[in-house]
Structures are given as structure tokens and as C-alpha cells.
Design a protein around this ligand. Structure first.
Ligand SMILES: [Zn+2]
Length: 229
């Protein structure tokens, strides 16, 4: 990672709660070390309710508020809501351009996102965000991509590395033993999603223990780390 220097991290996710399930222990650890973590929410999760009386507008507003509370719990310093429609994200040039602009504006050293290559993953948004974020990382660094963006202090941004969470083939693990409770506290802010999950603590603990097994870590989060050249 970035050594003794504090790094800027931008997490680009499909839905509110994606990062709390997969990466919050890591983010809490980095923030405690002085790093800056910011979130981009591509959708506001407007299909994420089992309540027949719920509307997309209401659940989106609820989930944005829950995400802001979870971010505050972790010390995430900024949340950007792009408000694409839940379940309808596609790998498009327009989406790539929008994410490239956010990367150029926020200037992260590290981008964290979904693993678009994960086998047999059902959710289309996770694939679309994973692939489009990689494409945007490539576009953000070269000045001939979207030259109209390069004004008012916006310059090309060379991201140093990408971490894919929930990866098909992890190659990077973070010990979250010290930040597990923080992760759980942040995840618990997503009440509309986690209230229906029985034994939340046990499930999250088992998952972290499983991720950690490969490296003899008691509790871990796992990523695919890709160096950007
Ligand atoms: Zn999701």
C-alpha cells in the first residue's frame, strides 16, 4: 500500500450497504491510520424493500439516510449519490465518463469496487459497476479521454491501485479484528436491509473468519488487488 503516507480512497459501489458488508472493517482501520475514504453510490437502492406498501422514492430516501449514518459511523468523509435506477445499471460510455469525472475530481490513490469477473453473481448492478469502474480508472488518467472535463482545476488522475471486494480470487487480506465492532455498528445503520437478517453478528463474523482462514487471520476482509500501471 501507500507506505507511511496517508492515502485517498474512493469506494464506488452499486447500492447503499455494499461497502459495509464487504469493506467497512478495512475502511475503519485505514481511517484510524489517517487515510481519507469517500463513497460513490451509483444507485440509492430503490428496489431494496420487501414491503408491498413501500415506494421506490421512499425506500431510496431511507437508504440514502442510512448510508449517511453508516458513513458517519466509520468516519467516511464524503458520499456522492449518482441516483441511477437500482437494477438497471449498464456498462455504457456515458456511465464510464461520469465515473471518470468523479475520479478526476476526488483524486483517489486507491479505488475500491465490485469484482465484475466474479463467477455466477446474479446482480447486474454489481457487474456493471465493477466493469465500468475499471474502465473509468483507465480513462481518468489519460488527457485525451473526455478533454472537455479538464478545466476549472480538474486534471487527469492516475489511480495507483484498485481493490475488488468480494473477489473471485483474493490476493490481499486485511485483518479487521480491531475494527469488527465498528463494521457491525456501521452495517446496523442499514436498518431497512439488515433488520430482516437473523443472527447478523454471527453471519458477519463467520464470513470474516472464512475470509481470514487462508491467511491465518481471525477476522478479515479479502480483496483482489490490481496495480494500475
Ligand atoms: Zn449491492
Amino acid at each position: 500500500m501507500a507506505g507511511a503516507e496517508h492515502k485517498r480512497v474512493l469506494a464506488i459501489m452499486a447500492h447503499p450497504d455494499d461497502c459495509e458488508f464487504t469493506s467497512a472493517g478495512t475502511f475503519a482501520k485505514w481511517i484510524a491510520q489517517g487515510d481519507t475514504v469517500e463513497y460513490v453510490l451509483c444507485t440509492s437502492g430503490d428496489k431494496g424493500s420487501l414491503d408491498p406498501d413501500m415506494t421506490s422514492e421512499r425506500i431510496a430516501a431511507i437508504r440514502e439516510q442510512e448510508q449517511l449514518e453508516a458513513a458517519k459511523e466509520l468516519g467516511v468523509s464524503h458520499c456522492i449519490f449518482l441516483r441511477y435506477r437500482d437494477g438497471e445499471l449498464e456498462v455504457t460510455l456515458k456511465f464510464r465518463e461520469e465515473l471518470a469525472l468523479v475520479i478526476r475530481q476526488r483524486k483517489p490513490d486507491v479505488v475500491v469496487t465490485h469484482d465484475g469477473w466474479r463467477h455466477y453473481a446474479i446482480h447486474p448492478d454489481h457487474r456493471a459497476v465493477g466493469f465500468t469502474t475499471m474502465d473509468a480508472v483507465a480513462a481518468a488518467r489519460d488527457h485525451l479521454y473526455y478533454p472537455h472535463q479538464l478545466k476549472d482545476g480538474i486534471t487527469p488522475q492516475r489511480v495507483k491501485e484498485v481493490l475488488l471486494f468480494g473477489p473471485q480470487e483474493p490476493n490481499f487480506w486485511v485483518d479487521i479484528s480491531d475494527t469488527f465492532e465498528k463494521k457491525l455498528a456501521a452495517l446496523s445503520k442499514h436498518k431497512s436491509q439488515v433488520a430482516r437478517i437473523e443472527n447478523l453478528r454471527e453471519r458477519i463474523q463467520n464470513l470474516a473468519a472464512t475470509w481470514g482462514q487462508a491467511q491465518n487471520l481471525p477476522l478479515a476482509e479479502a480483496f483482489r488487488r490490481i496495480e494500475v500501471r
